[in-house]
Write a protein that binds this ligand. Structure first.
Ligand code: SF4
Length: 92
């Protein structure tokens, strides 16, 4: 049985995604502002898939480290919670 629940990304897909996000962070491009990083951190903190490890917070759904997901604009949530929360806050 897998360590992680839900849909599995292949190792190649994970490495490709990690490389892309790491390049963006190193370049300093495509970085979320502090408010968006905080919003994403809060969403993950209340999520059933939030997991803490010795290497930092991880998403138990996809197995990815969370800090790059919070910092990078191209960081995605496998359950689309980042987008859902935006839609909810934009509704009057
Ligand atoms: S990335 Fe999505 S599924 Fe994973 S911990 Fe954050 S909110 Fe939950």
């Amino acid at each position: 049985m897998s360590r992680f629940q839900g849909e599995e990304m292949s190792l190649f897909d994970k490495l490709t995604k990690f490389r892309d996000v790491a390049c963006e962070l190193v370049d300093g491009t495509n970085i979320n502002d502090a408010d968006e990083q905080s919003r994403r951190r809060s969403i993950c903190g209340g999520c059933e898939f939030f997991s803490t490890t010795l290497r930092g917070p991880r998403c138990a759904s996809c197995g990815c480290p969370l800090v790059p997901k919070w910092k990078s604009k191209s960081g995605t949530c496998p359950k689309d919670k980042f987008d859902e929360e935006v839609a909810e806050t934009e509704t009057p």
